[in-house]
Ligand binder design. Structure first.
Ligand SMILES: C[S@@+](CC[C@H](N)C(=O)[O-])C[C@H]1O[C@@H](n2cnc3c(N)ncnc32)[C@H](O)[C@@H]1O
Length: 349
């Protein structure tokens, strides 16, 4: 049996657990989860004939509710205050790693350990460097998952199938000129879904975009920042600062009825607060009609069984898309800046 620790947003443990159970069953790996509400992570114990098989069979990108995952090596408890380092170094032995990350659950109590984690990184990194155990190019990453200064879990992940961010969280600075905090959702989505070397083409200046449910303009702000021309659809008012850029046209229309005049739109983005199946089908319609090339949208999940509801919406979308006979890609992630919602990318390929 192996234990994997899956990090998630506090309050989403059941969704994270239901998802890993479903996806592992899909690849004929069977296990069970241990979790407590609001602890910010899930333990998944799985029977695997070969250590790390789960990492080979499932891609982190395909898991919606897991931010980061590690394969547990050891749970260290009651570490002696005067010498915490030795028991940790004993576990690490002579193994080599690409990098070291000190992490903790993304909860209020987890945050209390942040300062200790920062300080403790220094001697640990030094000790590993002295023994030549940190090698840039090594694909294995060493994770220490801290509960307090004496209870620390040790695990590993692989650079080819993990989140590059500490704790799986991409931290972004709120742009002070953006009209709403929602802006960070779209910025994070750009970083998550679009590889940096494709920004020049997929987020190129001059591209045309439509923003459904745009007011007051946090998402439009991101598109304007990329020098795009934006059609903003919303009955509510758009921030004056955005209208003054000359890059935004605002129409007070129903986002479900609006149709673009010419097929010149590259991006459709949508943050309308609506039933997720309705939004999902609207996005399929846009992409299948070639009204846009790519769509980034939010599916709001205010219900209890978020994973199960999302599966229903996703399956209905896939069914609709298959009838088009075209190739498409649908990616879904519960981003750090998402609350009771997930963010999706849909594009024809
Ligand atoms: C969460 S807010 C959008 C926030 C926006 N993305 C931002 O960053 O500032 C949802 C918006 O959707 C709009 N909305 C809801 N239903 C709509 C519809 N059927 N057509 C157009 N807009 C709609 C609401 O008026 C509201 O302004």
């Amino acid at each position: 049996m192996s234990i994997y620790v899956l990090y998630c947003r506090a309050g989403f443990e059941k969704d994270c657990a239901a998802e890993i159970q479903a996806r592992s069953t899909d690849v004929e790996m069977f296990g069970f989860c241990r979790l407590k509400d609001n602890q910010g992570f899930v333990e998944f114990e799985v029977s695997e004939p070969e250590a790390g098989l789960l990492f080979k069979k499932i891609k982190l990108r395909d898991l919606v509710f897991t931010r980061q995952w590690i394969r547990l090596i050891e749970k260290l408890t009651d570490l002696p205050e005067k010498n915490r380092l030795s028991p940790i170094l004993d576990v690490i032995a002579d193994n080599k790693y690409g990098d070291l990350r000190l992490e903790y659950p993304d909860t209020n109590s987890g945050k209390e350990i942040a300062n200790f984690a920062k300080k403790f990184t220094v001697p640990l990194r030094q000790a590993l460097k002295q023994k030549n155990q940190l090698k840039d190019k090594h694909s294995k990453i060493l994770h220490l998952f801290l509960f307090d200064s004496s209870n620390i879990w040790i695990g590993i992940s692989y650079q080819s199938n993990n989140s590059p961010w500490n704790m799986g969280i991409q931290r972004l600075r709120f742009p002070s000129k953006a009209p709403s905090r929602s802006t960070l959702k779209l910025e994070e989505a750009f970083h998550h879904f679009i590889p940096k070397d494709e920004w020049q083409t997929r987020l190129a200046s001059g591209l045309q975009a439509v923003d459904l449910g745009a007011a007051p303009g946090g998402w439009t702000y991101q598109l304007v920042q990329q020098s795009m021309m934006v059609i903003a659809i919303d009955n509510g008012p758009m921030a004056e600062s955005l209208m003054e850029t000359g890059q935004v046209r605002h129409y007070r229309e129903d986002g479900f009825k609006f149709e673009p005049k010419k097929n010149q739109i590259y991006w459709l983005v949508c943050d309308m607060v609506e039933k997720p199946d309705r939004v999902g089908q609207l996005m399929c319609k846009w992409v299948m009609n070639s009204w846009c090339k790519e769509a980034i949208f939010n599916l709001k999940l205010p219900m209890k069984q978020r994973f199960q509801n999302l599966e229903t919406v996703r399956n209905a979308m896939l069914e609709t898309l298959y009838t088009s006979g075209k190739q498409f890609r649908l990616e879904i992630k519960h981003l750090y800046h998402d609350r009771e919602e997930v963010t999706c990318l849909l594009r024809m390929v």
